[in-house]
Design a binder for this molecule. Structure first.
Ligand SMILES: N[C@@H](CCC[C@H](N)C(=O)O)C(=O)O
Length: 270
């Protein structure tokens, strides 16, 4: 017999996901549900599905699993991490403002900024250390535009170009390029006159999205490595901006930005 489950739609500067408290429901086939529910015509409409659960390891308060719109599971999601911080605090699942989130890429610390009305206005996420080594099978001689590979829980290839709108033409081809055996998220970036970084992103498994948190971190790291910026920068994506700091003292990347509730609903599952 079918049942109804409660979901919450949230976005982080336009990167929208369906959030489900998986401690309340058993979601047997999250990959298939992500594809079905993400459909913007026949489903709820989103860039993917996020399950918020109890941690399965010590030292964490909550856990996150993130599925792209094509059903593939990712190791990490920057925008969803911030949304989870707002979700667990404002829905009363915790009173803590420092939250340890278990992800497939390790435990991430969320630092919530809360106003006098007890509303979470922004969240800073310690995204950990960037990994700059290319994947083992990466073939530098492959026919790729020049770019910088940065992994920050998931893989990104950052291309500096004046024409960031080529995301629609090149994104899919580069995501699935033979240089990236596990596919890749692709960022097209232009340095603005004010020093900010205008970025358009093609996400592995979801296509063009309005923003990508890990993509913003990868962009900032690539810009610092190539001396286009210092160690702090504002990354401006289609849906808004994130502040990124690649801290010298611990080599960690810190991402700060908002998180927003959109609506709540119920959906039938078999
Ligand atoms: N939107 C995310 C990243 C989601 C996963 C990515 N598409 C992948 O497959 O690696 C973010 O905000 O970081």
């Amino acid at each position: 017999m079918g049942r109804k489950i409660h979901f919450t739609k949230m976005h982080g500067i336009g990167n929208d996901y369906i959030y489900i408290d998986s401690s309340l429901y058993k979601i047997g086939a999250p990959n298939a549900f992500s594809t079905q529910w993400s459909d913007r015509h026949k489903g709820i409409g989103s860039d993917g599905l996020v399950l918020i659960g109890k941690p399965t390891i010590g030292g964490a308060d909550f856990s996150m699993r993130i599925f792209n719109a094509d059903g593939s599971e990712a190791m990490m999601c920057g925008n969803a991490s911030r949304c989870i911080g707002k979700y667990v605090y404002e829905k009363g699942l915790t009173r803590e403002k420092l939250i340890r989130l278990q992800t497939l890429s390790g435990i991430k610390m969320l630092d919530l900024q809360v106003d006098v009305n007890d509303t979470v206005t922004s969240v800073t996420v310690d995204m950990g250390e960037p990994i700059l080594d290319c994947p083992e099978q990466f073939c530098p001689k492959a026919n790729l535009p020049e770019g910088t590979f940065v992994s920050i829980g998931n893989p990104h290839y950052v291309i500096f170009t004046d024409n960031v709108d080529c995301v629609g033409v090149l994104g899919k081809t580069l995501e699935c390029h033979t240089a990236f055996p596990e596919r890749c998220n692709i960022e097209f970036v232009r340095l603005n006159e004010d020093g900010s970084l205008r970025t358009r992103v093609w996400e592995r498994g979801s296509g063009i999205t309005m923003a990508c948190g890990t993509g913003a971190c990868a962009t900032a790291v690539a810009a610092a490595l190539t001396h286009r910026c210092g160690r702090t920068s504002n990354v401006v994506m289609d849906g808004g901006a994130l502040h990124i700091e690649w801290r010298e003292t611990d080599n960690h990347v810190y991402m700060t930005g908002p998180a927003t509730f959109v609506f709540e609903g119920e959906i039938d599952i078999p």
